[in-house]
Design a protein around this ligand. Sequence first.
Ligand code: FAD
Length: 287
Amino acid sequence: MRTADLFKKKQVLSLEVFPPKRTSSEDTIFNTLEELKWLHPDFISVTYGAGGSANNSKTLEIASFIKTNYAVESVAHLPCINFSKEELLLLLDRLKEQGIENILALRGDISPEHPPCTDFSHADDLIAFIKEHADFNIIGACYPEGHVESKSTLEDIHYLKRKVDAGTDHLITQLFLDNDYFYAFRERTALAGINVPIEAGIMPVVNKKQIERMVSLCGVQLPKKFVKMMERYEHDPIAMRDAGIAYAINQIVDLLAQGVDGIHLYTMNNPYIARKIYEAVFRLLAA
Ligand code: FAD
């Protein structure tokens, strides 16, 4: 099923997992998925590291496993920055062979260790290429606070509109910790004529290092109440975890009440946290 069709019926709940970094932990991703399936997600997406990391081959395998074994729709992430057109065509063939219908089409982060290939500069190039050569449902990334490289939120919306016009069927946001950024972003997209469903990406923040990395990587703003929470519980891991879960639940309840199209939960491969959040909100999703 194409993910864009899911939004016609309900507010969607999707989950994101990543392939394990070390081969010795490969088993754990399948244990994680075994637990996540009980949360009845509308789809599960599987990340793919730009820059050719060794665990990338697992993305296809895991996405295919989810669809075949759990009858849950899956999405393969696909960052294009290090691919040539020839390599991309081969990868699209492999995705089709595995029965995958949905691609999260990304540029990927540019890293000095892996100089970009020149065939695709931005996600809109990739999306146009996929639309020309194959039949997939396309998902795109978007940024309520603006992408870190953008000069302004207006410039960001301009390019987002190009990405949608190139053939994006649905969007998923980067994490944000202040819902007001999301609501302002939703207004900007509506004004720009972007009419595809937009899922809110929610990351439960359960330790300080995790959010410090996100701030430096993605430029996410930390609201005062969030900073207070971190200061209060940073030396008590269990309290920090529970506070992070409660914070994410509050964000989700507010978003659902405000009519968000869907929630995309960055699970960080932690089924305990995902389950706690699911248990708190599943009745709201069905309402
Ligand atoms: P683009 O849409 O190309 O945008 C990148 C920047 O270029 C923006 O500033 C934009 O405004 C600008 N821009 C866009 N189009 C043009 C144009 N035509 N001309 C000039 N400027 C333009 N990374 C991974 O490596 N693997 C993953 O699995 C992964 N999953 C992700 C999932 C989600 C939901 C999100 C939000 C991000 C994910 N990322 C992943 C991170 C993503 O690769 C980075 O944020 C990357 O820096 C931008 O990717 P993009 O597809 O949004 O790029």
